[in-house]
Write a protein that binds this ligand. Structure first.
Ligand code: ZN
Length: 255
């Protein structure tokens, strides 16, 4: 493997010569913001069982269990700030280089960093939604109700179940977001893949589709992925450092 400096230089040239860059991000980009990875030991996910969508719909007890897990997760996410990698992606968008950003994350940190064209494949933890009438609340409104002692909040309009606007296990992926995501990826000429281990679908397909569409791929991830062979350049270094170096390299320091 070439040195860090060589790989940065090569990647900077790729970015400079590309016109339609897409980014795909996973949990790994937010670990530097203190949000625990789904698989990390001692994290929220380690202490709770997964409640599937079916269970949520069918059982009051499952909803209570689900909401107590979410309450803890909200506390963990509350103080989280976007990091250097989020900021660098927002900068690339401002420079007109980055056309779209597809993320598996539900933490809203890309928007906090200033990215506007964000496609959230797994929904967002920043809002909650009534499963019956579709009413939407900012998540703070539901958090306040949980903190006041509610354990299974119901819609004040129709008494339907309220759920964070995220995609749960057993729930189908949002169709419109999937279509937009794959359109973006197929049309790009360079894909920056950051912080996903690409173990599950549809994540695994994103770089494959980009590559099949003729795009070059840059992988920035702590661990190996099943499609490392498709990538032109691989960084196993910290995403914040890599992205900062890339943005500096194309001629603009992060502010
Ligand atoms: Zn409702």
């Amino acid at each position: 493997m070439k040195s860090f400096k060589d790989r940065i230089e090569y990647s900077v040239n790729l970015i400079k010569s590309s016109e339609r860059i897409a980014a795909f991000t996973g949990a790994g980009i937010s670990t530097e913001s203190g949000i625990s990875d789904f698989r990390s030991k001692g994290g929220v996910w380690d202490r709770y069982r997964i409640v599937t969508y079916q269970e949520f719909i069918e059982s009051h007890d499952a909803r209570v269990e689900y909401w107590s897990m979410k309450k803890e997760l909200f506390n963990e996410m509350k103080g989280a700030k976007p990091n250097k990698a989020h900021a660098a992606l927002a900068d690339l968008e401002n420079m007109g280089k980055l056309k779209c950003l597809v993320t598996q994350n539900i933490d809203g940190l890309h928007q906090d960093a200033g990215s506007s064209n964000v496609i959230e494949l797994h929904g967002t933890n920043r809002q909650a939604k009534c499963l019956d009438c579709g009413k939407i609340w900012p998540i703070e409104a539901i958090q306040a109700r949980l903190n006041a002692g509610e354990v299974d909040p119901e819609c004040d309009e129709c008494r339907g179940f309220i759920k964070p606007a995220t995609v749960s296990f057993g729930q189908s992926m949002p169709e419109e977001e999937m279509i937009r995501a794959f359109e973006c990826v197929v049309e790009c000429d360079l894909l920056l893949m950051i912080g996903s281990s690409l173990q599950v679908e549809p994540a695994a397909s994103v770089p494959r589709e980009a590559s099949a569409g003729g795009a070059k791929l840059i992988y920035i991830n702590r661990t190996e992925t099943p499609t490392d062979n498709l990538a032109e350049i691989i960084f196993n270094e910290n995403a914040g450092d890599v992205m900062t170096a890339l943005v500096k390299g194309i001629g603009r320091d992060l502010t």
